[in-house]
Structures are given as C-alpha cells and as structure tokens.
Design a protein. Structure first.
Lengths: 393, 387
C-alpha cells in the first residue's frame, strides 16, 4: 500500500493519456456488457420461473396446431394439477399498431391462481370474472398507453378474422421481471366472436386449424409440486398421444428456452463481436501502457539501482495498468446499469425485461483487466531488457 | 505542403504502436461491418423478393401470410380472373399457397419454427430466379418436399434423401434443393399444396394466393376487383409493399448495428487520439524544425490530421478486408413477424463500404484533431529546445 501514492502519481503523470484510455475502455466495455447481458437476461428470467411449478401444453406440431378447449377440462381433472387455463394468443392491432402488446384469451377464474406472482385487487378480479367482454392489463401497459380501469380497449383482428371490444376491468401488478404488459381477456368471448364469423357469413368456411373456434392454443397448468411436473408432462402427452391433436407438454422454463433457441445464430454472432471488442480494447490499453513505459525507462533503471527487485517493479506496472483498466470498466458498467434501469421501463419483450448486470460485469471487467495487465507486462519486459542493457553502461 | 512521405515514414518507424492502433481500429471496423453486412443482406433479400407486378392476396386486415387465410372457393375463383399474366404455355401465373409452421430441429439439436409452404406449379415462376440446384423438383401427391440451400445446411434431415418429420401425419421426403435469387423463399421448405392440406387437415382454406398481373393496367383492375368486388373482399397487397412491411425485423438489427458502430467509433477514436498525442509529444523538435523552416501552422495541422487519417485508414482497410471472406456467411434466426426461422446471407455491398468509410473518417478526423491542434500551438523556440 505504501507504493499506492507512487502508482497514482504515475497514472496522473500524463492525465490526457490516462483519461483517453479510461474513456475508450469504458465505452467499449459498456457496449460489450449490454450485448452480453442481453442474453443473460433471458437465462435468468427463465430459471426464475422454475419456482412456480408451471407447465405449458402445445400441439405437438407447433404453434399452428390446435388444442381443443375440451383438453383444458381433461387436464384439470388429472391428479397433481392445481389449476389450468387456456392461453390463446390473439395477436390483435391496437390503434393500427401491429403487435403492440401481447393479448391472451384465458379463463378468468383460474388465471390468477396459476400466475400466482401477479397480484390484482380482489374487487377488480371479481369484475373481470363477471364481465364477458372484460379484460385486465398489466401495470406497465396501463402506464404506457395511459389506460384506466373502466376504459375501453378495442382491438382489431390481425391473426384472427374478428375484432374484440374489451372493457378494462382491472390492472394487475407483479415483480419487475415478469411481463407487466399483457392484456388478458376471457377466452370464451373470443370463441363466441369467431363462431359468429364462421356461421354468420353463410359460406362453408373452414379456417386454418389455429383460427378455428374451440381452440385453446396453449394450456397453462400449475402443478401441486415441483416433483409432479415431469410426471404431469408425460401424463398429459400420453393422454392425448393418439388423438387428432397430440400434445407436447414442457415446463415453463423449457418453454421459455425454446424461444431463446429460436434466436439461432444471432447469439453466437453477438458473442463473437463482444470478443472482438475486448481484443480491440486489449490493443488500445496495452498500447497506451507501452507508450508510457517507453518514456520511463530511465526511471525504471533508477528504481532498480536503488534496490527494487524486478518482480516488484513489474508488480507496480501491473497495478497501474489494472487501475486504469479497472476505472474504465467501472465507468462502463455503471453506465450499462443506468442504461438498463431506464430501458426496462420501455422494453416490450414478452416475459423478459430486466438486464442482469452481475454476470457480465465481473466477468468482462475481470478478464479484460487481466489481459491488459498481461500485455503491458509483456511490453514492460521489453523495456526492462533495454534498461538492463543500458544501465550497465 | 509537408509531403505525405514524412507521415508514412513516421508511421513505419514507430511500427509497433502503429500496428497496435491499426489492430484496435481494424477490429472495431470489422465488427461494425459484419453487423451492417447482415442488415444489408436482410434488406436485400426482402427487396429482391418483391416483383412490381406481383400481388399477394390475403384476408383483409391480416399483416402476414401465415395468418392471412381465407376460403379455397374464393381462391379458386381468383385464379380465373382476367388480367393475370400467363406463362409460355398459356397457364396463368397464379398459385394458391398454404403455410404451416411446424417445429424443426437444427443440426445442433436446438429447435425452432420453420415455414412449410404448400405450393402449386406456378409458385416457382412467381419467385425470382427459382432453380433446383441439387436433386429433383417435387412430384405432386407423393409427400415430397424441396428445401432451400441454407436450410439444407442447418436442419436435421433437410438433405436430399433425408426425411423431415413434423408429426405422425406430416412426414415429407426431401428430394431436391432450390435457390430463389436470395429472396425470402430461401428460408422455407416447399411441398405440394394438396399434401400440406391433407397433413394439416385444412382442405377448405388457403393462406394466400400469389399472382402476377399481365401489365400495369391489369394490375390496377385486378387490385380493384379483389378488394372491392363482393365475391372477394380480400386484401391484394403488392409484393414489394408486403416485404417492406416485413422488413420491420431489420429495424431492430439496424438500430443495434448503428448503436454499436457509433459507440465503437468513439472507443477507437480515443485510441487513435492517444497514439497521435504520443506521436506529437515525441516529435516536438521535428515540429519546431518544420516551423522554423517556414511551414505554416495550417501545414502542420493538415500534416498531422493526414497522419491520423492514414493511421485510421489502414485500420479501416484491414477491418474491411477481413470481412471479405465472410461473404459466404449466412446466419439463421427468427423473424418475429411470421414467428418462424429466416436465413439471411451476409452481403458485402455499398452499405458496408459506406459504414467502414464513415467510421474511418470520423475516427481519423475527430481522433486526430486535438493532437494536431496541440502540435500547431507549440512555440517554435521552445519546441526546438526540447530533448
């Protein structure tokens, strides 16, 4: 610690150079942390859903397939099931905005039992359950679009050939890492509307499976315990394996992971760019360190003359380099954290909306500081050899 | 004017520093070029997909083929409308198509949705430059399918002779590989319309009808008929408009790419500035000498700016060259419009070049400005006396 003053003085020796290095490091690390944490979010959010013991049932052939609404009752009667609800994605337009927020047709009686981390005032929940065309929206959605309880929410059909005129009965809230921008309405209301179109037009209309009436699209089930989950998944799939609409059931975590897998090559590419950025920083900071060491060769010689060992001098240089790099990294991570706080209020991704800084920060900062010091140590060795040779003159 | 040779020689003498700076800026330019190359690839594939006389007919109000279905009866009537272009043997260039989105497995085991398009013979001519490059085209009614080249490299079973199994009723044999001019069709698996109808149980409906008008006048009359005639009341979307709307997915990538490029430029700018500051402080005597010889302050400024530009230019060129081998790169991710896989090819075109050039200029000019100004403000006498 007694050398700290000396090290700090060295850093301040050429303030412009140090500032530029710190600025360069912080900007690039800020960028890299945002990129890396982008994927760390979804991993974390997915893992956090494990505690809710929920499983999702889809048609075995994918999102375009149908799940008859009768299956919901069938699953509810199984042993080990706490509650079930259909979860039919509507995909409507709000004020001509395509895909503004997620809208799902659910069973108002059971949905909040299943999504137990979401809370809603009991009076509003009762209103939702009693109003055929009612809906509840998330707190963040209400804030974004300035919607209030009692207001109306007209949705134009996009994926479905029918529009919905919903009345806002309540606003739900929940922990910040859950999707607080959903609109949940009564599945039966959608079903009725779809039936009207099919029979009202008079023509022999057989729309695509998924847009038929009676389609629950997905069944969301809460199991009684965590151990029951894999058993339930198999039970449900076995039950409907030989029917016209075979199912595939997986835990909520695996379901979320499926969305992540859809990203495909994008993930690898972003990681590669992050690596390139860190390597570039290596060159930048190493360069700066090498330049300053080149100017200090006589000073190093002096230090060795008065008795500092090689190892100690090396250590001093490394600490200086780590300090500069660390400052840049700290600034970068603070910036990234601040950026993520402000962006969570505007994120529209279903399900995941918080950046997790813990992973990215320590890992990237650690490895880049270490690599930087390694590089400056290497350049220092070169200078050292030169001074050794010169000091013997 | 101070000859450029001076700057070049200086860069050569301090070659270690030059190399490090070039590496730093080069990597930065390389990363940004990759992103923009992918954005360009995506936009190019969408632009190429839209023929000016082509119309995509979907249900009114729908924004995507996958959800825009309507009755087969209407579709059959559409195919008989006057004004549709005909091919060399007199058949109308119009086809009913049915889309399905099953789950498929990639070679590495992860899953994603892919588009299986049930087509009719005319569908091929409605895509730009459709070609079978391996195997044969599918024969109707035999549960055969053809896949695009990029899909054959990425998905399990998607090679000639392989089998795509999407469920007990949906099994297709892959008989050929096609390319379609880099258009959006290259993210799809094509099968016979009747086979898809049967395997998904959707005999009474189609997802869309693709047709080409015989000429501009027929184009307008067809659009009016389809949209207003009581028989139809459907949406006839010009193909180019349709794909323009789909390019919403490129906006995210473009935004991310721009943000990354700007931030990286700043980062590299500081590194170039660092190098130039060191250069200036090491050469104070030379600068004093040049001033004494009669070069004006402006000359010194231009000289050092020039050196900074050369330095960054070398980095930019290195980064740009490093992206050339990536020209064959394709990446596969999800298009959140259709919720299915899409493959984009990297495109080394004017956009990438422009990005590299702009970044280099910005880094060179803004990075080198302050050091050059410092060089300019040196007092001649004290500069000459520097050690």
């Amino acid at each position: 610690m007694k050398y700290l003053t000396y090290i700090l003085r060295n850093v301040r020796r050429n303030p412009v150079r140090s500032l530029l290095t710190i600025a360069s490091t912080s900007i690039c690390l800020f960028l890299m942390m945002i990129l890396v944490s982008f994927f760390a979010i979804s991993d974390e959010v997915n893992a956090s859903t494990r505690i809710y013991n929920r499983i999702a049932t889809l048609n075995a052939n994918g999102f375009a397939g149908m799940i008859p609404i009768a299956y919901v009752k069938g699953v509810a009667q199984l042993d080990g099931v706490l509650a079930t609800t259909p979860f039919s994605w509507y995909g409507g337009k709000y004020q001509d905005e395509i895909l503004p927020f997620a809208q799902f047709g659910v069973d108002p009686e059971t949905v909040f039992t299943i999504m137990s981390e979401l809370s809603i005032p009991p009076s509003q929940l009762k209103e939702f359950q009693q109003t055929k065309d009612g809906c509840v929206i998330g707190r963040k959605l209400a804030a974004d679009k300035k919607l209030k309880v009692g207001g109306s929410l007209p949705l134009k059909g996009d994926a479905y050939p029918v529009g919905l005129d919903l009345k806002i009965c309540g606003i739900y809230d929940g922990p910040s890492d859950r999707d607080l921008r959903m609109c949940l309405f009564n599945w039966e209301y959608l079903d009725e509307r779809v039936k009207q179109v099919a029979f009202g037009a008079g023509s022999a209309f057989t729309p695509a499976n998924a847009r038929r009436s009676g389609n629950a699209a997905m069944i969301f089930t809460k199991c009684k315990s965590a151990d029951a989950m894999p058993v339930m998944c198999k039970k449900i799939d076995d039950l409907y394996r030989n029917s016209d609409f075979p199912t595939r059931t997986q835990t909520e975590e695996a379901f979320g992971k499926m969305f992540e897998e859809m990203l495909g090559d994008l993930k690898g590419m972003i990681r590669a760019i992050g690596m390139a950025v860190v390597f570039s920083l290596l060159c930048v900071a190493g360069n700066a360190m090498a330049m300053s060491m080149r100017e200090r060769t006589s000073e190093v010689a002096l230090l060795k003359a008065i008795g500092f060992s090689k190892g100690l001098v090396l250590l001093l240089v490394m600490i200086e380099s780590v300090l500069v790099a660390g400052l840049g990294g700290a600034l970068g991570s603070l910036g990234a954290r601040g950026c993520s706080r402000s962006s969570t209020s505007r994120s529209t991704q279903p399900g995941s909306s918080r950046f997790s800084m813990s992973h990215g920060t320590s890992r990237s900062r650690g490895c880049s500081s270490r690599s930087r010091s390694a590089l400056s140590a290497a350049s220092f060795r070169r200078c050292e050899r030169r001074t050794c040779r010169s000091s013997t003159d | 004017m101070i000859p450029l040779k001076y700057n070049v020689r200086n860069l050569r003498v301090r070659w270690k520093t030059t190399l490090m700076t070039v590496l730093g800026t080069g990597l930065v330019v390389w990363s940004s070029c990759i992103l923009f190359g992918l954005v360009d690839g995506l936009e190019h594939s969408l632009a190429v997909s839209g023929d000016p006389l082509d119309l995509i007919v979907m249900r009114k109000g729908s924004s995507n083929e996958t959800t825009g279905g309507f009755e087969t009866a209407k579709a059959d009537e559409l195919l008989t409308l006057p004004g549709i272009a005909r091919d060399y043997s007199g058949r109308p260039l119009a086809a009913k198509e049915l889309l399905n989105i099953p789950i498929a497995q990639r070679e590495n085991g992860t899953r994603t949705n892919i588009i299986v398009r049930g087509v009719q013979p005319a569908s091929r001519q409605l895509r730009p430059d459709f070609r079978i490059i391996e195997g044969n085209d599918l024969v109707e009614g035999r549960a055969e399918c053809i896949v695009s080249k990029s899909m054959s490299k990425r998905f399990k079973g998607a090679q000639v002779g392989g089998v795509l199994n999407f469920g007990d009723k949906e099994i297709y044999r892959v008989v050929g590989i096609f390319t379609a001019g880099g258009s959006a069709a290259e993210s799809e698996v094509w099968a016979d319309l009747k086979d898809v109808e049967r395997s998904t149980g959707r005999e009474g409906s189609v997802s869309c009808v693709q047709l080409r008008a015989a000429g501009p006048k027929d184009y307008d009359s067809l659009r009016n008929t389809i949209e207003d005639d009581t028989r139809f009341k459907l949406a006839a979307v010009p193909e180019s408009v349709y794909f323009l709307n789909q390019s919403r997915s490129s906006i995210f990538l473009k935004g991310a790419g721009t943000l990354i490029a700007v931030l990286l430029t700043f980062g590299a700018m500081f590194s170039a500035a660092n190098t130039m500051f060191a250069a200036v402080s090491a050469r104070t005597r030379e600068i004093g000498t040049m001033r004494a010889l009669g070069f004006s302050q402006l000359h010194i400024l231009i000289s050092f700016l020039g050196e900074s530009l050369i330095l960054c230019g070398l980095g930019g060129a290195a980064g740009l060259l490093a992206t050339i081998p990536l020209n064959a790169l394709t990446y596969e991710t999800s298009d959140f419009n259709s919720f299915a896989s899409m493959t984009v090819a990297f495109r080394f075109g004017p956009l990438v070049l422009a990005v590299a050039l702009m970044m280099t200029l910005a880094m060179g000019l803004f990075g080198g400005m302050l050091p050059a100004l410092r060089a300019v403000r040196l007092d001649v006498i004290s500069a000459l006396r520097e050690l």
